[in-house]
Structure formats: structure tokens, C-alpha cells
Design a protein around this ligand. Structure first.
Ligand code: NAD
Ligand code: SER
Length: 319
């Protein structure tokens, strides 16, 4: 049985990935960590430790004591927060990743899974069906750390034989935990405001098309890549993954099918420039070929599910 450590476990993805990993591998075999105290009842049934990825002593103690063999490293600063404090973004994203890779290399950890992002691309990359292999010239510090992160993970594969794997997630949409400071956050916030007030003020313009994915597909992709046979992988830390693309106007039209009086207005802010630098759709054929990636949700089924879950939470006074 695997013994897993998750960093950034309280975040948008970590809070759901940790639960899915515990269902699969057993509650006591998945150790959740984050820089802040656990505020989630859903994570109360398994081990949790406060641990800063920039101060790896605590993580080293856990890895050795618990004989951890797999790390899912999710702790990071996302694009919008990163543009407000680029040096902080570099320190957490690159400093934290280097600490995790060295911890793994020197303590017998077999596998490190860490997400990359569509933020690796900049305005010079092809905007539609962006290929697996295309110029990586991001214009955000977050994107710079994701390109460097992919390169350093592949270096550890090649130099030390450490099994590192990663996916370039698009924007992730979910109903359990609000996102932590990205440019695609609007596609989650819109659902919370829809169920609460039937209105949303969007920080991107109506025509800002971006690639997106629903959380159940994100969890499925992450665990599928983690479990794929290493010998079948030609890529390691930089798999394109995609599900569907839309712009705020198109998403609002789908929400209106379920909530006819829903209204949206557009007030673009600094995040517009970040969105404009990213692709509109992504070619994920390498992931499909190498580990059978295939998403289940489209914009309609995702929207229906999000509205049903959040409407129930709102009625129960949880949001
Ligand atoms: P998030 O911001 O929701 O969560 C990150 C977590 O890391 C938070 O709980 C935070 O407390 C924790 N953290 C921050 N600094 C830390 C530190 N120094 N030590 C330990 N923990 C720390 O992020 P997320 O959306 O869950 O993203 C997880 C990963 O997926 C990141 O690598 C991110 O770049 C990547 N990703 C996310 C998306 C998305 O849409 N959510 C898209 C592409 C890539
Ligand atoms: N959702 C992320 C962000 O907007 C993309 O990596 O920062």
C-alpha cells in the first residue's frame, strides 16, 4: 500500500484530491499538510500536519517517520496573487518545489506528482489547440515558475531517476473549496454568486475564452497519471490536459438555461491581461495516447452539477 504526503492539502484541488486518495489508499495512508491549520471537516478523518514547504524540516520528519513513498506537491501561489507579489510567488513555487525534490531524492521517496498549468504559455504560443511542444514564453511570474518547475522535474527524472510527473491543468471549477487567487477564479465565483443573488460581476471581458475542467475530471486525471506505468510515459512533468473551453458570456448563457433570471455584467481588471496571454484551447493528445486520458464532463453537465450542489449548500446555510 502506498504511503502518501500531500502539500497544499487545504487548497481548491488539495481539499478534494486528499479525500479521493484516502478513499483509494486508506485514510491513515494519506498525510495532509498545509501552511495553515486544518479548517475542513472533510479532512478530519486522517492525519494532518502544519508544514511550510519553504521550511522542509517538518516535512522531512514526516517522510522519515511515516516512510512516505509518494508526494503530491500542490502548495503554490497562483497567477493573480503571483502578479501582486512576484518575488513571493517565485520563493514559494520554486523554493518549495526544490525542497520537495531534494527531500524526495535524499529520503527514498519513489514518486513526486506536481501540477503545472496552462500558464506556461505566453502570447506568442498558438492560441487554438496549443500543441504539447510549443514555445514556453509566459508573461506572468506564476507562468515562469511553472516552466522552471517542469524543467527541474524533468531534470530530476533524467539526472537522478526520480519518478516525477505533472499535468498542465487548465482552469479548475469546483464546489468544495473556493480558488486561491488565480485568473480562472471567475468560473467558480460565478456559480456562488448565481445561487446567492442570481447576478455576477465578472472581472474578465465577455469574450475571454479559456480552457477549463471540472474537478472530478481533474482528480481523475491526476490519479490516472500518478498510477500510469512509468515505462509507458514519453513525457513526465508537462502533460497537456484539456476538457472544454468557454468565455464568460457563453458560461452565463448555459447558467441561464437552469436559472432564466441570471444576469452578468463585465468589469475587467488586471487579470484581463493574464487571461489574454493564455491559450483558448489545448491539444492533449499526448496524455490521451500515453495514459488514456479522457474527460467525462462538458460545460452543460458541469454547470448542472455545480448549480445543484451549491443550491443545496446555500439552502443549508453553508455558503
Ligand atoms: P490553492 O491556492 O487553492 O491552494 C494552495 C494551498 O497551498 C493553500 O491551501 C495554501 O495554504 C497552501 N500553501 C501556500 N503556501 C504554502 C507553503 N509555503 N507551504 C505549504 N503550503 C502552502 O491552489 P490550487 O488551486 O489547489 O492549486 C494546486 C496546484 O495546482 C498548484 O500547483 C497550482 O499551480 C496548480 N493549478 C491549479 C489550477 C486551478 O485552476 N486551481 C490550474 C492550474 C494549475
Ligand atoms: N487557474 C490557474 C490560475 O488562474 C491557472 O493555473 O492561476
Amino acid at each position: 500500500m502506498k504511503k502518501i504526503l500531500v502539500t497544499g492539502a487545504l487548497g481548491q484541488i488539495g481539499s478534494e484530491l486528499t479525500v479521493a486518495l484516502r478513499q483509494k489508499y486508506g485514510e491513515s495512508n494519506v498525510i495532509a499538510t498545509d501552511v495553515r491549520p486544518n479548517n475542513k471537516a472533510t479532512l478530519a478523518n486522517g492525519p494532518f500536519h502544519i508544514a511550510d514547504v519553504c521550511n522542509p524540516g517538518t516535512l522531512a520528519e514526516i517522510v522519515n517517520k511515516e516512510k512516505v513513498d509518494t508526494i503530491f506537491h500542490l502548495a503554490a501561489i497562483l497567477s493573480a496573487r503571483g502578479e501582486k507579489d512576484p518575488q513571493f510567488c517565485w520563493n514559494i513555487n520554486m523554493g518549495g518545489l526544490m525542497n520537495i525534490l531534494e527531500l524526495a531524492r535524499t529520503n527514498g521517496v519513489k514518486e513526486v506528482v506536481t501540477p503545472s498549468s496552462m500558464a506556461v504559455w505566453g502570447p506568442n504560443a498558438p492560441q487554438f489547440n496549443t500543441p504539447q511542444e510549443s514555445a514556453l514564453k509566459p508573461t506572468t511570474m506564476y507562468g515562469v515558475t511553472k516552466v522552471c518547475g517542469e524543467r527541474v522535474c524533468d531534470y530530476y527524472v533524467q539526472k537522478y531517476g526520480l519518478d516525477c510527473r505533472g499535468l498542465r491543468y487548465p482552469g479548475i471549477i469546483s464546489s468544495e473549496t473556493l480558488p486561491g487567487g488565480g485568473t480562472t477564479d471567475y468560473a467558480v465565483e460565478i456559480f456562488y454568486d448565481a445561487v446567492k443573488t442570481h447576478r455576477y460581476s465578472c472581472f474578465l471581458s465577455a469574450e475571454s475564452t479559456l480552457p477549463m475542467m471540472y474537478m472530478p475530471d481533474c482528480i481523475h486525471a491526476t490519479i490516472s497519471l500518478a498510477e500510469a506505468e512509468f515505462k509507458n510515459l514519453k513525457h513526465h512533468s508537462d502533460f497537456n490536459v484539456a476538457a472544454f473551453s468557454f468565455n464568460p458570456k457563453e458560461l452565463a448563457e448555459v447558467i441561464k438555461k437552469f436559472m432564466p433570471d441570471f444576469q452578468i455584467e463585465y468589469n475587467p481588471d488586471f487579470r484581463q491581461a493574464i487571461a489574454d496571454s493564455w491559450p483558448k484551447s489545448i491539444d492533449d493528445s499526448a496524455a490521451r495516447e500515453e495514459w488514456n486520458w479522457k474527460p467525462k464532463y462538458d460545460i452543460e453537465t458541469m454547470t448542472k452539477d455545480m448549480l445543484e450542489i451549491l443550491t443545496k449548500k446555500h439552502a443549508a446555510g453553508l455558503i
